[in-house]
Ligand binder design. Structure first.
Ligand code: B4P
Length: 200
């Protein structure tokens, strides 16, 4: 099984690249951001809690996102693996993901970390905010807060995966196609198998 963690600060391109990687390698794409936005759209209790936190640029509590991922992993399906987009976002979530995958006799294969500088992140998210309808993309101050939260709570995960030899940094500046190609090459090198055999 290939289990990819696609990592990076807000606006690094995780969602954009995860869709392309999932298609290339035939992986199930699990985005906690998308799952939370679905709850918000459905106006569930969880959605109301999530909206309040997301709009302020805060993280949703660990137990909420961990249980969302747990229920998705429990679904019986035949797949060559998963791509985790926006999860884990804290060391506690990274530890929980390891526990959950171990239960399924599997593990994280690699953590691909998209590196993008702060001014570019802010530009991208403000641009997306013009059309996305996402409150968390509207104000530069909220975006800056999201980046601060990333630096404080999420970036420490890099050490967690580095100590396991699973951290793989990737340049996140450039065209979407170039970055996608670099990610694809990284996954193929990691698996040391030609793309055609990865789905077997
Ligand atoms: P997410 O939905 O995960 O989103 P994100 O961090 O905003 O963005 P992403 O990096 O996916 O950006 P994208 O590809 O779209 O999280 C939203 C919120 O949900 C979080 O702030 C948090 O509150 C909550 N949440 C989610 N998961 C959680 C968890 N595990 N624990 C706790 N809370 C959680 O790219 C951004 C923009 O850049 C797009 O408009 C795109 O078109 C553009 N772009 C992409 N690549 C580009 C490139 N190469 N060049 C130019 N532009 C590019």
């Amino acid at each position: 099984m290939i289990n990819l963690v696609l990592f990076g600060p807000p606006g690094a391109g995780k969602g954009t690249q995860a869709i392309l990687l999932a298609k290339t390698f035939n992986l199930v794409h699990l985005s906690t951001g998308d799952l939370l936005r679905h709850e918000i759209a459905e106006k569930t209790d969880l959605g109301r809690l999530a909206a309040e936190l997301i709009d302020k640029g805060e993280l949703v509590p660990d137990e909420v996102v961990i249980s969302m991922i747990e229920s998705r992993l429990k679904k019986p399906r035949s797949t060559v693996g998963f791509i985790f987009d926006g999860f884990p976002r804290t060391v506690a979530q990274a530890q929980a993901l390891d526990r959950l995958l171990t239960k399924h006799h599997s593990k994280v294969s690699v953590m691909l970390c998209l590196a993008v500088d702060k001014p570019e992140l802010i530009n991208r998210l403000l641009k997306r905010g013009l059309t996305s309808g996402r409150c968390d993309d509207l104000e530069a101050a909220t975006i800056e807060h999201r980046i601060d939260v990333y630096n404080e709570k999420t970036a420490p995960i890099i050490n967690y995966y580095e100590s396991q030899g699973k951290y793989y940094p990737i340049q996140g500046l450039g065209s979407i196609e170039e970055i996608s190609e670099n990610l694809k090459q990284a996954v193929m090198r990691m698996s040391s198998k030609p793309i055609s055999t990865l789905n077997q």
